[in-house]
Design a protein around this ligand. Structure first.
Ligand code: FAD
Length: 446
């Protein structure tokens, strides 16, 4: 359908609509420039208008108006995704959800929020009741509750609670269908997982219920090691110990000076960063000593939290961000090393690629089993070489969730439940079109 903003405005007159070039451009971008492949492909995508609803009824009015006219609708939280999740490949309207930011209730270890609430604000609110968010991306200061569930994975806290997908981390969602008369529906229990990491292609999240964790006395610690495999083995041992952790990151020696840790990590040393409960500190020290590691830095987590000083903001994809700021020829991989063979494969891949692929490990739980993921820094030469490196990892038995595609089903995280929900909640295929190979928009790729 031809885009007609005047009709949209008329049908949703309360809503703030923006359509100048700078605003449309800003609302059409995210952090997909981490990938040179995505940067090239997605840079020119533009929303034709941006809607900024102030509350849920205005959001429903935007949905109804777009559905009536057959206009594509792409949702935006804070726009911090890395895969072009909120980039409107086929124009239409971008709906900025960030004003739907109410915290609706905190009780019995559960918080209910509107989808546009920022994770940092939610965490501050629940902290007053002795709770904290179980899971947060390292972008928690900006990221929204809805954007995290629809486009994220986990991060801080994943060593304890796994990913957002693990049953029990997100308990419910209120979701609106993309129809001319959208009636929101409450989805609870296992069914809520069909909305997880679906890029807003199968419904508009209006509210979410996140399960909380009791707030522990956390401390941030950084250990240094001369040999990378000693650092990796330490991480592996600590991940398997009965020690409360929120974060456990291993960085190969070239990475600390690339990301601004040169003041804390002597040249040529590897680093292990962690957020550990005070009760676990002695065990961490003892295990580190076995591998020749030394404590190089320590700070109170609660005091550093919410600032760029926190070690959190040197981990997960903040490692990549900081490296990219110093060296624009860098990109990254997202990998999972199969438990049981993790250390062997880490060692094999590290020696295979040398300086071309630098090891950055994040320990986490999968199905409650300690496991090891990689966010390796790659010295980018060409797309062909990047594809070769990915294929070689896969052939060696390392799972790769490809961060160099905007296609949900090619990134490896779509499931049949998501697709069934898509047929039900987006019968005309208008939500974030172009992100699924099966959404009928093949051939229209940028
Ligand atoms: P957006 O980018 O705005 O949106 C993400 C997706 O959700 C889009 O597809 C969008 O259409 C959809 N969406 C947004 N709101 C809604 C809604 N209300 N209903 C339905 N769909 C919706 N991710 C991690 O998981 N862990 C990390 O540790 C992590 N670290 C990062 C570090 C850096 C430096 C950067 C740049 C990114 C990182 N990310 C990480 C990715 C990203 O920041 C997170 O996933 C974040 O939670 C996304 O939230 P957002 O509000 O910015 O979502």
């Amino acid at each position: 359908a031809a885009f007609d903003l005047a009709t949209l405005r008329r049908q949703a007159p309360e809503v703030e609509w923006l359509d100048d070039e700078a605003q449309r451009k800003r609302a059409s971008r995210d952090f997909s420039w981490f990938s040179p492949v995505l940067k090239r492909a997605l840079d020119c995508a533009r929303a034709e208008a941006v809607a900024r609803p102030a509350d849920q009824s205005q959001a429903l009015a935007v949905i109804a108006a777009c559905a009536r006219q057959g206009v594509p609708l792409t949702l935006r939280g804070a726009g911090t995704g890395n895969y072009g999740q909120c980039v409107p490949l086929h124009g239409g309207v971008v709906m900025d959800m960030s004003r739907l930011d109410r915290i609706l209730g905190i009780a019995d270890g559960v918080v209910r929020v509107e989808a546009g609430a920022r994770l940092a604000d939610i965490d501050t609110a629940v902290r007053e009741h002795g709770w904290e968010l179980r899971l947060m991306p390292s972008t928690y200061r900006m990221a929204t509750a809805g954007g995290f569930y629809a486009g994220g994975f986990g991060g801080i806290g994943s060593i304890r609670y796994g990913s957002l997908e693990e049953p029990g981390n997100v308990l419910a969602a209120k979701v609106a269908p993309m129809t001319a008369r959208p009636e929101p529906i409450e989805v609870r229990g296992m069914a809520v997982r069909d909305l997880y990491h679906a890029y807003g292609t199968n419904g508009v999240l209006l509210e979410l219920e996140y399960a909380l964790a009791p707030c522990l006395p956390w401390v941030e610690r950084l250990y240094t090691f001369a040999a990378f495999m000693d650092a990796a083995r330490f991480g592996h041992a600590l991940a398997h110990a009965a020690v409360d952790l929120r974060l456990l990151t291993v960085l190969d020696a070239p990475i600390p000076p690339l990301i601004g840790l040169e003041g804390k990590v002597p040249d040529g040393q590897c680093a292990v960063l962690m957020v550990v409960s005070r009760t676990g500190v002695e065990v961490a020290d003892a295990l580190a000593a076995q591998g020749g590691g030394h404590l190089a830095f320590e700070q109170d987590h609660a005091a550093a939290f919410g600032t760029a000083r926190s070690l959190i903001e040197y981990t997960w994809n903040h490692t990549t961000l900081r490296a990219l700021r110093r060296d624009q020829a860098i990109t990254y991989l997202q990998s999972d090393f199969p438990p049981g063979q993790a250390l062997e494969l880490v060692e094999a891949m590290r020696s295979r690629y040398g300086a071309e692929v630098l090891m950055h490990l994040e320990f986490l739980r999968r199905g409650n089993v300690p496991s090891c993921a990689g966010l390796q820094l790659v010295r980018y030469r060409s797309e062909a070489r990047l594809r070769e490196i990915i294929a070689e990892h896969r052939a060696a038995g390392v799972y790769i969730a490809d961060p160099h595609t905007w296609l949900l089903d090619e990134g490896g995280r779509s499931n049949p439940g998501q697709m069934a929900l898509k047929r039900r909640f987006d019968p005309h295929g208008l939500l974030n079109p172009g992100k699924l190979t099966t959404d009928g928009y093949e051939g229209l790729k940028p």
